[in-house]
Design a protein around this ligand. Structure first.
Ligand code: SAH
Length: 243
């Protein structure tokens, strides 16, 4: 478990697992005693004189450290999933496939309860490790194939990041409460097209399909412009609701 973080003035972070031991950095070491008697926000000095601010880790500090297995859903896409569904503290969510948990853990951070299905055992292990890092108690990780069925009932929001999401559609239909949302994320528009065709034959209503494009900017004294390089494509997201 991460107990504390140390941050340089430039924003470089160090994660402290055990404050009972001195912590060594390239800027020198911070004494255990100093960390123990510190308050969050205090500036501690290394033996070489560099100041580092000590803090309790926030969710996002730990989240940015999760181990990654398969390709994750990025923050820009998680953002739109939250705002389109209005997911919140009373929501019960089901997610598949779990992967590294980038989506499931963010949803667990803001929702009542999340269950995530993951087919591969090696990714289940990554999910368990990331769950422990984040200290989340309201997420259940299941080593299950979503194409074979969903045991949970009356779900408020279901999220899919699957190679063939249309195969899980009949199960989502049964597991969602009336008015519940189904959101499916896919890197290829062909996957979205096949999913939409399948949804038309079900009680699931397709509301909209979106792609989110994000451009970061550099703002320095004379450099005031978008970064040269950007993440060109992640995925398309289809938002549906159970009629
Ligand atoms: N959304 C995840 C990434 C998921 S990648 C994140 O943000 O981290 C897609 C995952 O779906 C892979 O881990 C893959 O093993 C899993 N998967 C593929 N088919 C599945 C199935 N039928 N049931 C459950 N998981 C499945």
């Amino acid at each position: 478990m991460i107990q504390k973080i140390l941050i340089t003035k430039e924003g470089k972070k160090f994660f402290i697992k055990n404050i009972d031991e001195d912590f060594h950095t390239q800027f020198g070491y911070i004494r255990s005693e100093d960390m123990k008697k510190s308050k969050p926000g205090d500036a501690l000095r290394t033996n070489l004189g560099t100041e580092l601010m000590i803090l309790n880790p926030d969710f996002i500090d730990l989240y940015n450290k999760i181990t990654r297995g398969p390709q994750v859903v990025t923050p820009k896409d998680i953002g739109i999933i939250i705002t389109e569904t209005g997911i919140g503290k009373n929501s019960v969510v089901l997610d598949a496939g779990g992967g590294s948990g980038a989506l499931s853990f963010f949803l667990a951070h803001i929702c009542k309860k999340v269950t995530t299905y993951e087919l591969r055992e090696d990714f289940v292990q990554i999910l368990e490790k990331n769950k422990e890092l984040l200290g989340l108690k309201n997420i259940t990780i299941k080593n299950k194939n979503i194409y074979e069925g969903i045991t949970e009932k009356k779900i408020d929001v279901i999220t899919f990041d699957l190679p063939e999401p249309w195969r899980a559609l009949p199960h989502a239909e049964k597991a969602l409460r009336p008015g519940g949302f189904l959101v499916s994320y896919s890197p290829n528009i062909t996957q979205i097209a096949q999913f939409v065709q399948a949804a038309k034959k079900s009680s699931i209503v397709v509301l909209k399909i979106k792609e989110i494009i994000e451009r970061k900017w550099e703002v320095d004294e004379r450099k005031l412009r978008p970064f040269n390089r950007m993440l060109g494509h992640t995925g398309f997201i289809v938002f549906c609701r159970k009629g």
